[in-house]
Design a protein around this ligand. Structure first.
Ligand SMILES: NC(=O)c1ccc[n+]([C@@H]2O[C@H](COP(=O)([O-])OP(=O)(O)OC[C@H]3O[C@@H](n4cnc5c(N)ncnc54)[C@H](O)[C@@H]3O)[C@@H](O)[C@H]2O)c1
Length: 359
């Protein structure tokens, strides 16, 4: 088994990415195009000017659909026109803090949006595999729970509206798989759960690395919310490689439907303070750090994933460890500061991650 995507599988394959203009979406769009796939993307509007998608001109050659996932008719039209074989569903309201401010909008996008996308899958006979991108936050993380990494059969839940909406999206995908796609040739459905990802080009509000790198670029002080919080950090290319392996495997084997964890090695679960200190060592300049004592809305403190299932059944491994990831992130922002061509830089990092692509 290959740990990374198989170029022969993806060459000339019709792939539809929802949320293709987002952080993960831009990396995946570039990677799939480099693999020779025919990529279409669906998002609720054009990408912002400073986004990774725009900086890397990721949309060159992509069939783009501006559709809100809450608009069933628009989603269906995009599916009909792009006739994908593989769908990777990433469009979401992806921020915990925003979900406290707008719980209704978060559920509408993340839950009914997933229903609408799955309805479109039902109406599109070309679809062979559907990968539903959720989160490590989809697991119920009660304080009384023993501190061990989550396995795929653990109870779903979620304290805040974002996490709960992702657990709901899992249940929706599972019900569609059982109710409508069960028979042999129907589309195969799986959910992919990954935690905090880091990588160049993330500007997401309230995420650690974007906050730190934006402060570094502007030579501002970095204000940390919760330096003791431990997260299973990994480079964005690690879970994306899991999504690609999962889609390949689903096409080959209907028994692989269900939930999948794509987490980093357990030793790559590190505190916010550790990450910022390491970034400070790598960044070619000064990082000034300050701690904001709060109060802050609840966020699950320690989350880690047991990815044994993906290791054993997909042959998937996180190809970059945390040191590789931080080095790549800092190099990306340093290249941006130096005015380099960010498409070339980003494609260069993808090629470094996945050398078989060039073979
Ligand atoms: N970034 C992380 O650390 C992380 C961690 C775990 C899970 N995830 C999940 O991965 C997926 C991608 O995350 P990301 O970091 O790239 O998010 P992002 O916020 O950068 O991108 C979200 C994408 O979804 C699109 N979108 C948002 N609302 C939409 C709507 N109503 N209709 C159509 N499109 C809409 C946006 O235009 C964008 O293309 C999400 O499902 C997120 O929940 C992300």
């Amino acid at each position: 088994m290959r740990p990374l995507a198989d170029p022969d599988f993806w060459r000339d394959r019709a792939v539809l990415l929802t949320g293709h203009t987002g952080f993960k979406g831009a990396w995946l769009t570039l990677w799939l195009q480099a693999l020779g796939a025919r990529v279409s993307g669906l998002a609720d509007g054009p990408a912002p000017a400073l986004s990774l998608y725009e900086l890397t001109r990721a949309g060159d050659g992509v069939g783009e659909w501006h559709a809100d996932v809450r608009d069933h008719a628009a989603v269906r039209a995009a599916f009909a026109a792009s006739a994908p074989e593989i769908v990777i569903h990433m469009a979401a309201q992806a921020l915990v803090r925003r979900s406290y401010a707008d719980p209704r909008g978060t559920y509408e996008t993340n839950v009914m949006g997933t229903v609408n996308v799955l309805e479109a899958v039902r109406c599109t006979p070309s679809v062979r595999a559907f990968v539903n991108v959720t989160s490590d936050k989809c697991y119920a993380n009660a304080p009384s729970r023993p501190p061990r990494p989550f396995v795929e059969d653990d109870r779903l839940g979620g304290h805040d509206p974002y996490s709960s909406s992702k657990a709901c999206a899992e249940l929706v995908a599972d019900a569609y798989a059982r109710s409508f796609f069960g028979s042999g040739d129907g589309p195969r459905v799986a959910s992919a759960r990954a935690g905090n990802v880091i990588g160049g080009g993330d500007w997401g509000e309230d995420r650690l690395l974007p906050t730190v790198m934006a402060a570094a670029l502007a030579d501002r002080r970095v204000v940390l919310r919760d330096p003791a919080a431990v997260r299973p950090w990994q480079h964005v290319l690690n879970p994306l490689s899991g999504y690609l392996r999962l889609a390949e495997a689903l096409v080959a084997d209907a028994d692989l439907q269900g939930g999948w964890n794509f987490g980093p090695a357990l030793e790559d679960a590190r505190s916010v303070a550790w990450i910022v200190e390491r970034v400070g060592e790598l960044w070619p300049g000064q990082l000034r750090i300050e701690v904001d004592p709060g109060p802050h809305p609840h966020e699950a403190r320690t989350l880690s994933l047991d990815s044994t299932k993906a290791h054993e059944l997909l042959g998937w491994r996180p190809a970059w460890d945390l040191d590789d990831a931080l080095a790549a992130v800092v190099a990306w922002y340093a290249a941006l500061r130096a005015g380099e061509d960010m498409r070339a830089v980003t494609l260069g990092q993808i090629a470094g991650f996945h050398p078989a692509m060039a073979a």
